[in-house]
Ligand binder design. Sequence first.
Ligand code: ZN
Length: 182
Amino acid sequence: MAILPITVYGDAILRQKAKPVEKIDDEIISLIRDMFETMRNANGIGLAANQVNVDKQIFVVDVSVVEGLEHIKPVAMINPEIILTSDESVIYEEGCLSLPTLTADVERPEIIKVRYLNADEEIVETEADDLFARVILHEYDHLIGKMIPDRVEPKLKKKLQSKLRDIQRRKVDINYPITEKQ
Ligand code: ZN
């Protein structure tokens, strides 16, 4: 297993639509293990493949470290699709390992249904709500090249600009490995 450097706002791969996984081989299984290790090392609860510089539709989520959510098992989702979102939405403060030190209120559907391939190449459908749903939607956003600033009110987005510049220039304190400035 390995802790991989995490891509940071400004890295081009974070703005690309990730490619679907065609075959779940040993390389993919090993990547998923590395992603879990990288996420936990950074105290994250979700991580997408393009956050470790890999152009593939995979993300990992582990909300079991959050009080009250211990029953939700860590999961790796391959080629995920959001197949249902509730009309009800919730606003909640979000962070991102690729946007260190930044947090912002993001409105997202409260309940979702996601369809994905698991590591055994089985099609799985999972219903998720609250924080679990939020993390899945956040990670799914990464796979379509979207990040927190794209999901906030335009007024708030303006306010985030100087912080985003500092992050892009690596002028923030980060206690986990990140990529070199491109
Ligand atoms: Zn993120």
